[in-house]
Design a protein around this ligand. Structure first.
Ligand SMILES: C[S@@+](CC[C@H](N)C(=O)[O-])C[C@H]1O[C@@H](n2cnc3c(N)ncnc32)[C@H](O)[C@@H]1O
Length: 324
């Protein structure tokens, strides 16, 4: 089938700007003060209660890894999945800034196992009921996983990246992959290629080969579906900028908070399970053990939005409306 990615409205707008030699208006955001002290709030509670407390257009990136009715745990059970999901999807759209994005994790392989929820049903709901643009369907391809006898063993999950508007922020340079020395030397000699681009490295594409966390991974805090920091890091680096706010209302292991601290973003994380507090303590312990952060980045962590002084404004530092 022909490649129709050029028909994607977001891609078309960005390509038009590039061809005209113009910078996207959100490029100005890259110069935000990366050394500022960042704020991190976490709460135990329902996603909708947290969302209700967040102002409109105030969040740059939502990392969203929802439960999918596959009965992995008590929280993984919703009788009418889409009726529930559409409430937080609408709230997510409301709180995102015009340059903002939501990255929704999921897969298609569980469909029908225990209910009506999977990423396909979310994407199809968004197509009909949301103005957000599907910028990419990212394939997270992992080399490790369960074996299978009656079908091909699964080695991928998907991440649907929706942008709130076509003015979405995207920093490709922050996530380029360096070429190996031999390839780089060959490309540098190739007159058809721009040496500056070769120097920057390659676009990592929408297929990300990153291992899942093994049972004995040092990153693990005990959550059954903890995602690797490397996956969250790539989303945070590409789709948010220093000083902006990242929200995760199904925060699970707290990995998003940890990555936000490391990357100089603010964060708001919530999870319904009280064990989340213990996971956060472990994540913060990892950061302290790594040591380097105290000298490089200054950050405050508080439990409960109401304990953030002076107010939520600290989390939404002057997100400018991107120009037309
Ligand atoms: C798939 S896990 C998220 C894992 C997380 N991304 C990580 O890497 O650690 C989904 C999480 O959603 C939480 N959850 C389920 N229903 C919730 C609700 N209504 N509000 C907030 N959190 C909820 C569960 O406790 C669970 O930790």
């Amino acid at each position: 089938m022909a490649n129709r990615s050029h028909r994607n409205a977001g891609h078309r707008a960005m390509n038009a700007l590039n061809k005209a030699g113009q910078k996207h208006s959100s490029d100005a955001l890259v110069n935000a003060d990366a050394s500022a002290r960042t704020k991190h709030v976490y709460e135990v509670g329902d996603c909708l209660d947290m969302l209700a407390k967040i102002p409109d257009n105030s969040v740059q990136l939502i990392v969203c890894d929802p439960p999918y009715n596959i009965l992995l745990a008590d929280w993984d059970d919703h009788a009418n999945y889409i009726a529930w999901a559409k409430t937080w999807l609408a709230e997510a759209e409301r709180v995102l800034s015009s340059t903002g994005s939501i990255a929704i994790f999921g897969g298609l392989q569980y469909q029908g196992e225990a209910g009506s929820g999977d990423l396909l049903s979310i994407i199809s709901h968004m197509r009909e009921h949301s103005k957000m643009l599907l910028a990419n369907l990212i394939i997270w391809n992992y080399p490790n996983g369960m074996s299978a006898q009656r079908f091909f063993a699964n080695r991928h999950e998907e991440i649907a990246w929706f942008a709130k508007t076509k003015k979405y922020y995207f920093d490709l340079d922050a996530v380029r992959e360096p070429y190996d020395e031999a390839t780089k030397a060959a490309y540098m000699k190739d007159k058809r290629l721009n040496p500056e681009s070769v120097e920057k490295g390659r676009n990592p594409t929408n297929v990300w080969r990153i291992g899942r966390l093994n049972g004995n991974s040092l990153e693990r805090v005990g959550h059954p579906t903890q995602k690797p920091a490397a996956v969250i890091e790539r989303l945070v680096r590409a789709l948010s900028y220093p000083g902006s706010t990242v929200l995760d209302f199904f925060a699970g292991s707290g990995v998003t908070a940890r990555v936000a601290i490391q990357e100089g973003r603010n964060s708001i994380c919530t999870d319904a399970d009280p064990v989340f507090r213990e996971y956060m303590t472990k994540q913060l312990g990892f950061l302290r053990a790594e040591g380097l952060l105290n000298s490089v980045r200054q950050y405050d962590v508080v439990e409960g939005l109401e304990n953030l002084d002076p107010s939520y404004e600290a989390l939404t530092p002057g997100i400018p409306e991107a120009a037309e």
